[in-house]
Design a protein around this ligand. Structure first.
Ligand SMILES: [Fe+2]
Ligand SMILES: [Fe+2]
Length: 281
């Protein structure tokens, strides 16, 4: 069976999640010149979980404020519209898949932590190479957040069949996308691409999700794909015994494909080293 046919069967079997309602509303607000950040903050304020996260982010060291922000409206003006949308999206997706949290053989928290780390360092890397990518750092955060979401969608849709992919990857020491390809004939990047289409994500965001595991020709030809492919590897290897060796290769790649100087690359890596996993509660 070919990839398209296998994917088609998957699509028939499950219903892809729709873009969370609140994200849709924020997107509409971003597109409306008559709506300001205060109004977006007011929308966010209706949800305590989102508000808590927005406040935590606005008061984090990243924004370096001298005074604490105490409500969602203020936080919205600190973060800006796109970063606000990212937080809303993150909280909504986490909530949507909460029921998959305690499944043996699948560590959902690990997937979210890896995605968050990829998002953070992709955003940091993008700040140094905006000229080449033409995509805002906040949009790279969204790419990082969503690049592996296909795994979670597949787990929900396929259940045991997907868990077997995860176990097979562990048993045979191959990457999960390789195992998915071997057992199912398509991977989480294919499913991520379907989702990106359904959610009408910008083309560059969709491509970064679809090609983060290659082919190399796509990574070499598209700087926005290269950012996510490189940051995925940094995040994946952070803390492992192969980290330092991998860094040398990745630094060379980042220089070649993105024009990133070693000092800029090291700053991104520093961020990966000091990453504090969220509790995701
Ligand atoms: Fe992946
Ligand atoms: Fe990944």
């Amino acid at each position: 069976m070919g990839r398209q046919q296998a994917l088609q069967q998957f699509g028939d079997k499950i219903s892809l999640p729709s873009l969370p309602d609140v994200v849709m509303r924020i997107n509409a607000m971003i597109d409306d010149p008559n709506v300001g950040l205060q109004e977006m903050g007011a929308l966010v304020a209706q949800d305590p979980a989102v508000t808590a996260r927005v406040l935590r982010l606005a008061n984090s060291g990243y924004y370096g404020l001298s005074q604490q922000v105490t409500n969602a409206e203020q936080a919205a003006t600190v973060l800006g519209a796109r970063a606000l949308r990212n937080v809303v999206m993150q909280v909504s997706i986490l909530k949507r898949y909460e029921h998959l949290r305690n499944i043996p053989d699948f560590d959902l928290d690990e997937v979210w932590q890896h995605s968050t780390l990829t998002a953070q360092i992709a955003q940091a890397m993008a700040e140094s190479c905006y000229q080449r990518t033409g995509l805002a750092p906040d949009d790279f955060y969204a790419c990082g957040l969503l690049h592996d979401v296909g795994k979670v969608v597949m787990l929900e849709g396929l259940d045991e069949e997907y868990l077997e992919c995860v176990r097979h990857a562990r048993r045979t020491a191959v990457a999960v996308h390789v195992s998915e390809e071997q057992l199912l004939g398509y991977t989480h990047v294919d499913v991520g691409a379907l989702l990106a289409q359904q959610w009408q994500l910008p083309d560059k965001v969709a491509a970064a999700i679809e090609f983060h595991h290659g082919p190399t020709s796509e990574i070499v030809a598209n700087p926005h794909v290269a950012v996510i492919a490189i940051c995925d590897q940094i995040a994946y290897r952070a803390g492992s015994s192969t980290f330092e060796t991998a860094l040398e290769k990745l630094a060379t790649l980042a220089n070649k494909l993105l024009g990133l100087q070693r000092a800029e690359f090291d700053k991104v890596v520093e961020r990966a080293r000091s990453f504090q996993p969220d509790s995701f509660d």
